[in-house]
Design a protein. Structure first.
Length: 268
């Protein structure tokens, strides 16, 4: 059962977080991670406590076994320890954990968590920086992990209705298996993305941009979306130059003369 508070919950974070590849996180682990982002935003480094039942309700966790939820929460933190964030000039690669003070108390059936002071800027004091904002419930209702991660990226460009990603960056950010060829990506990645996101992004189209015979970019187009209000301020829009902040090359928007587009219909 969803509460009024759950319905209003929004996720808001610095666009830099979109450069992080959430490798190996399944759908419920992604739901839980962004629940923490939503609940801890603009809370500084203050430690917060959540009951298992509260978190299970927010992420629509159906299994009733307490141990199942504990396993999800524990595995999430273990995987978070492997996350990597790159410096803007590409010279440094740092392993980090956005959340610290992570403790699961099975006896009290509660979880306590706080934000790593070194990374608190990712979900705090966002008024003066570019950030991504979306509805938590909408994110949780998405089933495919590929669609969930693509949804976040597109939300960064909600005010432009355009997002173009180099194929290698797309593979990395969505954690697509290295042995997937383009036929696999069409069937197992792009088709689920289109099926789930076309109802959330009006007139969504997905294009594969080729140079000669090789796919070099994935391009998304959709109707610009209205800005939604957060607790503090209206969402700040992102322009296309933010692609460099996501560790994508600044030429991601430019096509060479011998590039061309192939438009695929994923509704079949």
């Amino acid at each position: 059962m969803e509460t009024k508070e759950t319905n209003k919950l929004t996720v808001k974070y610095d666009n830099e977080l979109n450069s992080v590849a959430f490798h190996r996180l399944n759908a419920k682990e992604l739901d839980l991670f962004f629940t923490f982002c939503a609940k801890l935003k603009e809370k500084g480094t203050r430690k917060l406590f959540f009951t298992f039942s509260e978190l299970k309700k927010i992420i629509q966790f159906e299994p009733t076994s307490k141990q199942r939820f504990v396993n999800v929460a524990d595995k999430l933190y273990e995987k978070m320890l492997t996350f990597t964030i790159n410096s803007t000039d590409g010279t440094k690669r740092t392993r980090y954990n956005l959340f610290s003070g992570y403790e699961i108390d099975e006896k009290k059936q509660e979880l306590q968590i706080s934000v790593n002071p070194d990374l608190m800027y990712l979900i705090n004091n966002l008024v003066t920086r570019e950030y991504t904002l979306f509805e938590h419930r909408e994110f949780v209702n998405i089933k495919s992990t590929y669609a969930k991660n693509c949804y976040r990226l597109l939300k960064q460009f909600r005010s432009t209705g355009f997002c173009k990603i180099k194929i290698n960056d797309f593979r990395n950010l969505l954690d697509i298996p290295k042995n997937y060829n383009m036929c696999d990506i069409d069937k197992r990645v792009l088709k689920p993305i289109n099926n789930e996101l076309k109802v959330l992004f009006k007139n969504l189209t997905i294009k594969k941009i080729k140079k000669q015979i090789k796919v070099e970019y994935i391009e998304f187009n959709f109707n610009k979306q209205l800005r939604i209000k957060s607790n503090l301020n209206k969402i700040k829009t992102s322009n296309l130059t933010n692609i460099t902040k996501l560790q994508w090359n600044s030429d991601s928007i430019a096509l060479s003369d011998n590039s061309y587009e192939v438009v695929w219909d994923y509704n079949d």
